[in-house]
Design a protein around this ligand. Structure first.
Ligand SMILES: [Zn+2]
Length: 678
């Protein structure tokens, strides 16, 4: 991934916020006005490339972070706003058509008067159901039903390719069930973490109070939630441990699961999901589920019911009346991220419409904003990047011939998705009305969940997209061995079919290379050409890779973005490897694109090679509030953007040559320290 993308709806909705008013100007490629040429590029290339932008930019109140991604989101949002308002105003769309669904979904979210008038009433039927839970079977069934509507209750169930048999879909169970962003938030003993826990407790208490619990009860209920979540946190793997595909693969039968995590009424759970005949599954974190089994048996039912009410409320608050939405934002947006103001309603509803009807909305978007020329140019760039990586793999000195042959086969087999799906999703079974925003949101989540369940045991559909066309991000999926570049990222300044090659290769080219080399990073390299988790490395080659990667871990461990808080070099290793590899091959592909053409002349006083690196740095200009930075250092597998410039460039002789940097400069790693992989 280019950057983290949250799947927790409430966070997604906040991450999508934007500044008020019209869409911001989006620069085309690299802009010399962003540079601080008073800085020596060999001392601090980030400041040199975007120092002037840093100085003149303040983070808008509705953002936790601000940079190119947010500028692009703003422009996309402005286009989508027109589409959505048009669809909402069009009462002539045939009932059941996608236009009706998209328009009505948006209209229901914008119907503030109704939402305010209803308060927490849309939750009533769920609350009644939770209150009616009388035994352990009913508890397991209720957890299942709450998962169907997208709450993060207890654990996560999803359906996807089996890591060791990637042609078939299988049930996968993984740890979840926390209200704070990560297990570390519950367990760390520093002053900052203790304060956050106190604030979380107060937040949960206020939410219960809003729901109607009297003062002492609301406080007690918050304590119960904290106690249960802390037990789940203690049993959870660390963020770094969950990145290990072998340690998180435990295929078992239902009978084995019932023995392993006895205490939880698995039969009742699967029956509630209509999965009576599901035989096998993959358990990601066995220790977590063992503890869940103990808790299902040992924790009083009344406490479980409190926990479930909280997770229902937490998942729904953003769609309820303003006291709930404001309280959720005060904690998730302001306390956790430092964001000052709730984004305007239309932006929040837009993000939710994308989550609910992403391909229907995406279809309307690409008709208007994504050209066949853009697709053609992107295809051409990917082909050049692939050829560049192929050439690099062939001449690698540290990799033996057998491993090399498998690596090349994997690269050749890598599939590509660009812009939008060839086959669009069928939303026929999803009912959307103009009234009842929360009902629409939950219906969409339930539709999505059921769509997943229907795939259990079936062959993997390789044409299907797991991201929506408007998504401003890029992906590599190891079990599918595929690259995905949605229309949302294929636009200026990341990509401009009309811009010169130096700018496109330094920018989207490096992102394409980044995703491609994910297939060979510390996680991706454990999967083969078919997307199966299978070791195809010789012992010596694996050792050579690990030694090189360890150097990069050390480099990033040493960065200290906040005094006393370092980057986690192990957690961010895959992304750092992808940045370094992506830049290297994008640079080669850029050189390749220039073959047979007249030598490019300097522009704005910079050579094509310098513009390539300036364009790269430009994509990472970025400001972030300290609260959000702290959260990201704990949870994000990406290093903060500034270090995605400083880190990889200091390892690249091509960069030093372009700016005539010398040994001893901060942007030039000594040769003993330098990481070279691809
Ligand atoms: Zn990535």
């Amino acid at each position: 991934m280019r950057r983290i993308s949250f799947v927790v709806p409430i966070i997604l909705l906040l991450a999508f916020g934007a500044a008020p008013g019209a869409a911001a100007q989006v620069s085309r490629g690299f802009d010399p006005a962003n540079m601080d040429t008073g800085v020596n590029p060999c001392a601090d290339f980030y400041q040199y490339a975007v120092g002037a932008w840093e100085k003149r930019t303040a983070i808008p109140a509705e953002y936790a972070k601000y940079g190119v991604d947010q500028e692009v989101d703003e422009r996309t949002s402005a286009i989508l706003k027109g589409i959505l308002e048009g669809a909402a105003a069009d009462r002539s769309a045939p009932k059941g058509s996608e236009r009706q669904k998209v328009g009505d979904f948006f209209a229901s979210g914008m119907d503030e008067a109704r939402i305010e008038g209803e308060g927490a009433r849309p939750l009533e039927r769920f609350l009644v159901r939770i209150a009616a839970v009388q035994d352990r079977n009913a508890l397991a069934a209720e957890i299942a039903l709450l998962q169907v509507i997208g709450t993060g209750a207890a654990f996560r169930l999803e359906v996807g390719p089996d890591d060791r048999n990637s042609a078939l879909n299988i049930l996968q169970l993984s740890q979840q069930g926390l209200g704070l962003p990560d297990r570390d938030y519950y367990l760390k003993q520093d002053a900052q973490s203790k304060t956050l826990r106190r604030e979380y407790l107060a937040h949960v208490e206020r939410m219960f109070h809003l729901l109607g619990d009297a003062a002492p009860t609301a406080g007690r209920n918050a304590q119960t939630v904290m106690r249960l979540e802390t037990r789940l946190a203690r049993a959870s793997m660390t963020r770094t441990e969950t990145e290990d595909p072998v340690a998180t693969y435990h295929k078992m039968t239902r009978t084995m699961l019932a023995t392993h995590a006895s205490g939880f009424a698995w039969d009742a759970y699967f029956r509630a999901l209509g999965l009576d005949d599901a035989e096998t599954l993959v358990l990601r974190q066995p220790a977590f589920f063992r503890e869940l089994g103990r808790m299902a048996q040992g924790v009083p039912l009344s406490e479980w019911k409190t926990y479930l009410r909280w997770h229902l409320l937490r998942a729904a608050a953003g769609y309820l009346s303003s006291p709930f939405a404001r309280e959720a934002f005060a904690f998730n947006g302001t306390t956790l991220e430092g964001t000052q103001a709730l984004p305007p309603r239309w932006k929040r509803v837009l993000a939710e419409t994308d989550a609910a009807l992403g391909e229907a909305l995406g279809k309307l978007y690409v008709e208007r904003a994504f050209s066949p020329q853009a697709k053609q140019k992107a295809l051409e760039m990917v082909a050049n990047l692939r050829a560049a990586l192929r050439a690099r793999l062939q001449r690698l000195e540290w990799m033996g011939d057998a491993t090399k042959a498998s690596a090349l086969a994997k690269l050749d087999a890598m599939r590509l998705k660009i812009g939008y799906p060839d086959v669009w999703r069928d939303y026929g079974a999803l009912q959307v009305s103009r009234t009842g925003y929360l009902r629409n949101v939950l219906a969409a989540r339930s539709f999505e969940f059921q769509r997943g369940l229907a795939k259990v045991g079936k062959p993997v559909d390789r044409a299907e997209w797991s991201t929506t066309p408007i998504t401003n991000n890029a992906f590599y999926d190891p079990t599918l061995n595929e690259l995905v570049f949605p229309a949302g990222i294929l636009q200026p300044p990341f990509f401009d079919p009309g811009a010169d090659e130096a700018l496109n290769y330094g920018n989207i080219g490096a992102t394409i290379g980044h995703e491609m080399t994910h297939g060979f990073d510390d996680g991706g390299r454990q999967y083969d050409a078919q997307g199966n988790l299978r070791n195809w490395w010789t012992v010596e080659d694996e050792k050579a890779f690990t030694e090189r990667a360890a150097l990069l871990v050390k480099q990033f461990d040493a960065f200290e973005p906040i005094p006393g808080m370092h980057i986690n070099g192990t957690l961010t290793l895959g992304e750092n490897l992808a940045d370094l590899g992506g830049l290297s091959i994008a640079y080669d592909a850029f050189q390749r694109s220039q073959q047979g053409k007249p030598t490019a002349v300097p522009q704005d006083g910079f050579t094509p090679e310098q513009r390539f690196f300036l364009s790269y740095a430009e994509t990472w200009r970025f400001k972030i509030r300290e609260e959000a930075l702290r959260a990201r250092l704990l949870t994000d597998e990406h290093a903060p953007p500034k270090y995605r410039v400083l880190g990889p460039l200091a390892n690249l002789p091509e960069f030093a040559a372009a700016f005539t940097c010398k040994a001893g400069d901060a942007m030039v790693r000594p040769s003993t320290d330098r990481v070279t992989l691809w």
